[in-house]
Design a protein around this ligand. Structure first.
Ligand code: SAH
Length: 391
C-alpha cells in the first residue's frame, strides 16, 4: 500500500478529521506516486494517522476514508452505506421515495454521491480513487436495497480535475425508463435520470419547498430558475393564486409543465416563461408577494467568487425591486465557494441599492439527507435566506 508522509505541522487538520490533503502538504511518497488507490498517511515522525484514497492528478491529493486501521474492502463500503441509509430510511421514508443515500464527505465517503429515485439509484463517482471501488460499491448497494436498477452519472469538472473520463450508463439491473415518477410530501414529479440536471432532481431543496408551500396561500409567486417546477408545484399546492415559473431551458420548462399537470395544476403560457432571469428581473414590471431565486452556482471555482458576487447582487437587487411591501424573497446560493457571510453581505448591498428595508425571517439550508461533516465545513454549499421586504 502507498505510504504518504506529511510535512511537519500538516498533520494537524488531518488529526482533527478534515478529509482532504492537498498536494502541498506531502513530504514524501513511498510507493508508486502515479498510482490511484488506497494510501496510508503518516505524520512527519512516521506515526500512522489515517487511510484514504490517493489521486495522483488532483490538487486534492488524498481524500481520507478512515482514522482507524480498517480494511478498505466490500465490508467497509457496506458498513458505511448502511449507516447512511439508516438515518434516511427512518426519517424520510414517510415523506418521499426520492432522497440522497450518500452525500460524499458528509457521509464520510468523499467522492461518492448516491441518490434514490424510488426503484432506481443514480451514482456519481467523482474521484479517481472512488471510481476504482465502483464494483464493490454497486455490490453493497444491490445487497442493501431492493432496487430495479443502478445508473451512473459520473460527469463534470471534478472528474476532469482528477484526470478521469466521464462515465454514464447502467451499472446494475434494468436501465431506467425515460422518465421516472416519484412522490415527495404528497406531490408527484417525473424525473429524467439520464439527462436531467444533477442526478435529475434538486433533492436538496425539499424542506425549502415545503416551507414555501406553508406560506403561499393566496399569494402571487415568481419562481425564478424554476427547473422542473418543483417550487411552483409546492406553491400551488399551498394555495398560491398565481405562480410564474421562469427558466432558460426548454427541456426544464417542459418537465415543469408535466409536473404541474401531474399535480392537477393547468397553467397558461404566461405562467411558464422561457428566458434569461437576469434580463427578466431587470425589465419586468410586475410585482409579486413571494419571489424564489434559486440560480445555478455562479462560482464554480474559488477564483470565480468576485464575479459571482456581482451576479448574485444583480439578481437580488432586481428581485427585491419586484417584491410587494410586506412580501418575501427566498434567495439561495448553491456555490460552495461563497460563504454564508459573504452571501448575506451581497444581499445586504442589493437591499441598500434597491432602496428597500429588509429583515431576515429565517435561514434555509440542507435537508437531513445532505449532511455536512463538522470536520468538513466546505460541504455546506446550499444557503438560503427568507427575507421580508418591509417597505
Ligand atoms: N429551483 C430549482 C433548481 C434550479 S437549478 C429546483 O428546486 O428544482 C438552476 C436552473 O437555472 C436550471 O434549470 C437552469 O436551466 C436555469 N438557468 C441557468 N441560467 C439561467 C438564466 N440565466 N436564466 C434563467 N434560468 C437559468
Amino acid at each position: 500500500m502507498l505510504r504518504i508522509i506529511l510535512k511537519k505541522g500538516r498533520e494537524v487538520p488531518v488529526l482533527r478529521g478534515h478529509p482532504w490533503i492537498f498536494s502541498g502538504a506531502l513530504e514524501e511518497i513511498d510507493g508508486n506516486a502515479d498510482a490511484v488507490g488506497v494510501a496510508d498517511v503518516f505524520d512527519w515522525e512516521k506515526h500512522w494517522i489515517a487511510r484514504g484514497l490517493f489521486s495522483p492528478k488532483s490538487q486534492i491529493r488524498l481524500r481520507l476514508l478512515t482514522w482507524q486501521k480498517e480494511e478498505i474492502d466490500g465490508d467497509f463500503f457496506f458498513r458505511r452505506i448502511s449507516r447512511s441509509l439508516s438515518i434516511r430510511e427512518s426519517i424520510l421514508s414517510k415523506v418521499t421515495n426520492a432522497y440522497r443515500i450518500v452525500n460524499g464527505e458528509g457521509d464520510f465517503l468523499p467522492g461518492l454521491i448516491v441518490d434514490r429515485y424510488d426503484e432506481f439509484l443514480v451514482c456519481q463517482f467523482f474521484t479517481a480513487g472512488m471510481d476504482r471501488f465502483k464494483p464493490l460499491i454497486v455490490d453493497s448497494l444491490s445487497s442493501l436495497l431492493a432496487v430495479k436498477g443502478i445508473f451512473e452519472r459520473s460527469e463534470g469538472r471534478v472528474r476532469d480535475e482528477e484526470g478521469i473520463e466521464p462515465s454514464v450508463g447502467v451499472l446494475a439491473g434494468e436501465p431506467p425508463p425515460e422518465l421516472i415518477a416519484i412522490e415527495e410530501n404528497g406531490f408527484k414529479f417525473v424525473i429524467d435520470l439520464r439527462r436531467g440536471q444533477k442526478t435529475g432532481f434538486f433533492l436538496d431543496q425539499r424542506d425549502n419547498r415545503a416551507f414555501l408551500s406553508a406560506i403561499a396561500r393566496d399569494k402571487k409567486v415568481l419562481n425564478c430558475f424554476s427547473y422542473s417546477g418543483a417550487f411552483s408545484v409546492y406553491a400551488l399546492g399551498g394555495g398560491a393564486k398565481e405562480v410564474v415559473s421562469l427558466d432558460s431551458s426548454r427541456p426544464a420548462l417542459e418537465l415543469a409543465e408535466r409536473n404541474l399537470a401531474l399535480n392537477g395544476f393547468e397553467v397558461s403560457g404566461s405562467e411558464l416563461l422561457k428566458g434569461d432571469a437576469f434580463t427578466y428581473l431587470k425589465e419586468c414590471d410586475s410585482a409579486f408577494d413571494i419571489i424564489v431565486l434559486d440560480p445555478p452556482s455562479l462560482a464554480r471555482k474559488r477564483s470565480d467568487v468576485d464575479g459571482a458576487a456581482g451576479g448574485y447582487k444583480f439578481l437580488n437587487l432586481h428581485a427585491l425591486r419586484h417584491v410587494r411591501p410586506g412580501g418575501l424573497l427566498l434567495t439561495f446560493s448553491c456555490s460552495q465557494h461563497l460563504s454564508i457571510d459573504l452571501f448575506q453581505k451581497v444581499v445586504f448591498g442589493a437591499a441598500v441599492d434597491a432602496g428597500r428595508k429588509v429583515t431576515i425571517l429565517k435561514r434555509l439550508g440542507h435537508p437531513i439527507d445532505h449532511p455536512v461533516s463538522l470536520h468538513h465545513p466546505e460541504g455546506e454549499y446550499l444557503k438560503g435566506l427568507v427575507l421580508r421586504v418591509l417597505d
